[in-house]
Ligand binder design. Sequence first.
Ligand code: 9PG
Length: 807
Amino acid sequence: MAETRIHIEKTDTDEETVATNGKLEIRWTKDGELVLLNPHDKRSRVVGGPLFELTPPSGQLRPHTHGLGFDEEAATILLRERFADAHGEGTRLTRRFPVAIQPLVAVWAVSVYDDHEFVRIEVSLRNTGAEAIGVRRMFPFVTGSWWSNIALKLRNRTTQFAVYKNGWQSWSYAGGMPMGTADLRPRQQTLVAWHSPGGADPRQPVTGTVDVVSESVAMVGHADQREALLVGFLSAQVWLGQVYVMREEGACAAAVLTDDVMLQPGETLVTPPLALALGSQRTLLNTYAGAVAREGHARTGRSAPTGWSSWYYYFSRVTEDDITENVTALRSLRGDLPIQVVQIDDGYQTAVGDWLAVNQQFPHGMKAQADRIRSAGYRPGLWIAPFTVAANSRLAREHPEWLVHDGDGHPVKGGKNWDTHLYGLDTSHPGARAWLRDTFETIVHAWGFDYLNLDFLASGALLGERHDATVTRARALRDGLELIRDVVGEGTFLLGCGCPVLSAVGIVDGMRIGPDSAPYWPPRSKGFSAPPGDEHALPSLEGAIRNTITRAWMHPALWINDPDRLLLRERHSELTMDEVRVFASAIGLTGGMVMLSDRLSHLTLERLSIASKLIPGMPERALPTNYFTYGIPDEVAVQIVRPWGRWALLGLFNQERGEREFVVRWSDLGLERGEYHAVEFWSGAYLGLSNIGITVPVAGHSAVVLAIRADRDEPQLLSTSFHISQGGVEIATWSYDRARMEAHWETSLNRQTTGTFTLWVPKDLAPRKLRHTASSATWQRNANGEIAVTAEIRGDAQFTLELEREP
Ligand code: 9PG
């Protein structure tokens, strides 16, 4: 590990302080411009600095945007210090600038770590005047045309960028926004409240309306180029951050929504830390996830739970008999479908907010439910929307003072659902806090639920007035979440949902990362196609698949991803088998939670086997090879390495209605030169051996999952139908004994199931005999030359295939 080196360089016109660690280089000019460079490719360059937007004086509409002023002191580095924090050691440079015309002083700290490819920026603003100053937004960094001409250059390109956009909360859009596609901004007021903390149409840093808004983090680049820029806040503990992009002109700004806070004389406002990084679009978000995880002490190391929840079949009509019926069904399926959690969803409460007042659908009460689920061998889970208070609840009637309110004392409307307006709980109010404690004490410690699906969490961050005026909306949400974790204890699994994602790092164990899945493909609104802008966050299989892939980078660094429920049913569903398998492929390849939500007694064994092929989740996760395509990425890939072999898993997704041909080149996957076999998982088809790649037709709304293995010139395993990893979790060992001419393998699935192992045997060899400990097993050589061993196993089994020279 090299220490960050610093030196001063004189140019014709200026003097620059240069800091470099081998992965990144920064240059800080004397007049206060920060330059970010990739030391391995100096064609890419990002130049910029901070801006400040003050609240317009009353009577004026336009806010004032200010840049840094300049004086003698600003030209010099005030502090140059070694430091260490959660990310490691590094060198920090600090300068102080006046802010033009205002009695404000900005301190700008730039940290370079010895061992990371991102730079960290923090900007603070101090009021040195005698009167309070309203601060609307702070921009710790803007670049591109918002800073100056040709301030953003990736390789030789300075315009026509694409963006990876990340929505604010669980249900919001995440994915590519290529040049020319209109930004996905909600239109309905409810959806604005849920998805756009900066309002429907935020203004540009200077004037006009921004092109693309991304929450917390964005990546800017080109679909056909590796080099990209990542701009991302590392936390959202006090203030929310957004990133604005103008794709055409190549402008990018990191904005902190300071919500017109009044900065009192002598007071200082500090931005949340911002990371900037230049690098490969394939890995930048992994770098970012690592940094966010360290910054927020992410809860990691747990394995992804499997479960069943009541919502997507029973909705709010669920009864205790429904729960009992499905627990019974789960028990009879236990051998081939290891499910751990049974979670009762929305429907048990008399109103949203009145969580302890259980309705007639659960006449025996909730403790009886938890007891029954647990004694059947499952972990009892419960859904609750702790910061959401329906207008028609007793809570809203009896304690209006516990709600976030506006300047006139009315509760702030935070969307509509369940045919009622929704308000937000003021987590800074001592009464509301005591009520929250009591609610969770009861649910966890008296009723006995130790898996909680915390939903509609964005309600905790509504913009408005709170009992404690010093608590920001981001802080209020965080405080509420911290209180819940404190009450429920370390052992309770907390799953975030409807949750501003960055705010929950370090508190939740799992996180919903997409919109609700649905038994239909495109989103709709009240039975009709959803209006443009609103469609991306509404329930749909398409949206769930997209976010599962585009947010796979969050898992497992920040938490366990919850892709939402895999709906397998044939009745009450418009989905084709192919469409069901697309979502199953996305879930299985990205390694998150596997959760079902059908009436289990109605499912065929064929449909259930789709879920069993995803369990347990594999430890690796596949990631998109291109983050800049619109909607569902075309391709995800991951390398699997086991002591007995290595292979690539490749998922190809066709989001179009018609068939598409995918051309796969081994070199694009980073594979070494050589001959590779490919097997497709769902069909079991052997696609042949090639030293270049393959062309695969993929039907509309379908996905294929390929295992790609180098030819070893000896008998080898190519795939199995038992698990989507095709060897990653279900195979304990594989070996070939040349002297004895025997292939030997063992399973590690502990399952009662039937499936096929696909083997390759060189042309001059032929199977002679199969020995095994399975319930039954047979082999055959198929038309394309591969060997299929089909076996029924109970628990696990060992197989030995004896071979002989082809006569
Ligand atoms: C229970 C449900 C389920 C589900 C949650 C959440 O955009 N919308 O109008 C919208 C409404 C409900 C919703 C998601 C989005 O569902 O995600 O799993 O628990 O609440 O009411």
